[in-house]
Design a protein around this ligand. Sequence first.
Ligand SMILES: Cc1cc2nc3c(=O)[nH]c(=O)nc-3n(C[C@H](O)[C@H](O)[C@H](O)COP(=O)(O)OP(=O)(O)OC[C@H]3O[C@@H](n4cnc5c(N)ncnc54)[C@H](O)[C@@H]3O)c2cc1C
Length: 402
Amino acid sequence: MTDSAGEDILDLVVVGGGVMGLFTACQAAATGARVAVLEAGRIGDPRTASYGRTRSYRRDYLDTQYVRLADEAMRLWTEFEGDRGVRALVRCGCMNIAAETVTPDLDGTYGRRSTAVMRSAGVAADVLDAAQLRARFGYLRADEAHLDPGAGVVDLAAVTRALLGALVEGGVAIREGVEVLGIVDDGEVVRVATGAGEVRARALVITAGHGTNDLLHRLEGCRLQIPLTRDRPSEAKYFVPHPADRAQFTADRMPVIAYLDTGIYVHPIVDGVIDAVKVGYYNPPDVPRGTTTIRNIAEFVDQCMPGLQGADVSDVLDVDQCDYDLVSDDEFVLGLVPGYQNVSVGVGWRGTGYKFAPWVGRVLCQLALKTGTEYDITRFDPARFGDRVDDRASALLPDEVH
Ligand SMILES: Cc1cc2nc3c(=O)[nH]c(=O)nc-3n(C[C@H](O)[C@H](O)[C@H](O)COP(=O)(O)OP(=O)(O)OC[C@H]3O[C@@H](n4cnc5c(N)ncnc54)[C@H](O)[C@@H]3O)c2cc1C
């Protein structure tokens, strides 16, 4: 499309080429829209949140809406796999464990609570007792587990490859190393001034992770600043089991194992993707910290996963050297930027966003192309920070606002 002066106007420009931006562009291109992606660095940079080998995908949230959205995202992942002829999901299952010695109040554990929420949302989970666990997972020491057999890990390299392939086929212009200098939305056309010239489009989507507030600041007339902070796992280690034991730790036999009450998650070996068991220790935003006997990965292995003792251990240095983006109220930020009909934003995925990416991309594409979204995204509305931005920003320390 061109304007009255014959200037080229795209349907959509996406700023930020992580998984959220790429899925948005991919969905829009599939409708025949003309799309460009502007990325400050390079797509797949190890310093971005969407870089890595595996991410868990699971439905075991403590909130029904998140369970349903994760379930919907799994449907969309499967659709993406079919459309692109790629295996994005490694369907090994995801299992929440609990041991009475670690969390004496079993009723209060994440596994029991999330299973109750999942069931109320109509999503099934299997419950295993100590004897069943011993028989199936001899390397574990736990009293019970809650297994979602439909969950597992996402293969990130496969996803990035498939997305880039789809974008090339869809004629999407991918521009890397682009500095956005200013953005003006005149109600008809969004003009993005960059170091390499101006890009014009009917709609703009901002999926720039930690760069989001800087871009909002550059959007003429915009007062919105999202109260984001950074966090990352405090420890992550690879365990390479003895060759004689390796088979029991591969994704065809081992699920993702989580003990979220303690902040621990474990990913299995995935042939062709990662040749070690990965154990991470992080600060789950929705469970109290420091209330168990586990304060690091070594203590988790001693108390819950003795089958990993004797494995070769090393720090995870090749991936996950990046932060995730937490929001002050611990909810996603997804929707139109208040006061703008043509500018949407998606950020604040709180270390749990990758699994939702096809759904996020679908919503942002629908908002940008103004087809209306079939999903209820009211609770994620960026406008909740819109009119109180000055108060909130001044309540935070300067280095907490990223
Ligand atoms: C260590 C770690 C473990 C995680 N584990 C899981 C997990 O197990 N399961 C799960 O579901 N999720 C997980 N997540 C979360 C998930 O990876 C993120 O939510 C997701 O990758 C965020 O994608 P994004 O596209 O929003 O951000 P990013 O991947 O950070 O992409 C943002 C992009 O915007 C670009 N950008 C920034 N500023 C500008 C600008 N001014 N102009 C142009 N471009 C700009 C950046 O360079 C970057 O490429 C984890 C995250 C981390 C960090």
